[in-house]
Ligand binder design. Sequence first.
Ligand code: ZN
Length: 405
Amino acid sequence: MTTKNKTPDCVVTTNDKPNSCVDVPTLKKITVTYEIHPAGKITPKDNQKYGPSTKLNSLPFAVCVDSKVLSMYQSNPDKARDDSPLIRHEKESIRINSGQNTSLYLGSDARAGYRKYPVYEVTAGDNDIVVTINEKYGTHPNPDTDSKPVFQKTENGKDYYTASLTGDIWLKITHKFTSEEVDTLLASTSLSAPAKQAVSNIYAGNFDPDTSGNAAALTISLTPTYQLKIIWLSESLTNVRLNVSQYDAKSDIYTRVHPHTYAALIQAAISTGLTEVQLTSGWRPMLGSVLHRIGLGLDVKVIKNNAESISLHRNQAEYANYQHSTLGNEAEKEIDNFRDALLKEKDLVRQIFDPWKMDMNTSDQNAPTYNQGISANEKLHETHMHVTAVDAGLGFTGSTPATTK
Ligand SMILES: [Zn+2]
């Protein structure tokens, strides 16, 4: 056996003094916990003015360390299991080294491919960290500042920080679709050409402000004698007006609603011969379930055909005999037809809730159940029809339960 002279890979010095200790520098693991407190819990007065805001469960998130998304969130975000704290389960605690930083992608910005605006970055020192994020009503035009945690105190070996979640931050963390993106997204669907074109026009801003007091209207001319109008009612922007500093409704707000919702509604309206669909809520930052805040919800208040205007509304008293609608035969048939047409769009629509029927999961084998006016979700939908979009990249496919408004 021959021996070559080699440069050693490293030099190890043993502790040569008996019964002594040697300090070996190691990196301390720091646990970071984020807690988000919905604004609706602040004061009853706020609730009255802005509406309750207590549902942040299912909020998508992806965790970054040193500005890189952790591998477990690389393809898909996770979803918060409860209102608060956002990240509370053992497997979701963030463990970083002293000196490393961590931040979050939240809402639709947590979807792989979107991820533009990381929020709530903290750098670890020697202590575990708790970041408390309070939703804050009103307009606050400095999202870059508001989304930076501010150190408050050290207590029992933990560093405590606070930060805000405002409507202006929600605007930043909600994906805005372009018409090109929408064209690609809808290309492989079975939507009719006029429906595809109409949806594309929404994102291109090819429609006019409505002159009759509504927020906006899109007219879709299908034949020389058949037009379908999509109306955004003024109230569809109420929560945005209260909580977003600066926006253009056409380019900033309607485009933050997932195109699958418009696509399904327009296709269903065309196939049932409706002449008008009135929308009462789309993207809104500070009210109700996460679904509308991340752009997956769209609410319909009124549908019209050539014969009549049908309000998707049912009085409380009617729920005593919930299986029997008191609508006229024709109106009842029209609503059933419209809902059935929406239910066929399983690739686009995940849930439909209305004053008469509830379908938690359009992809399962179960027929919609009656709205009995009993559960909180049933009561919320006594006044409108809600549609939830399918978005597999955000984890909103077939079967995740959620309540909505
Ligand atoms: Zn809704």
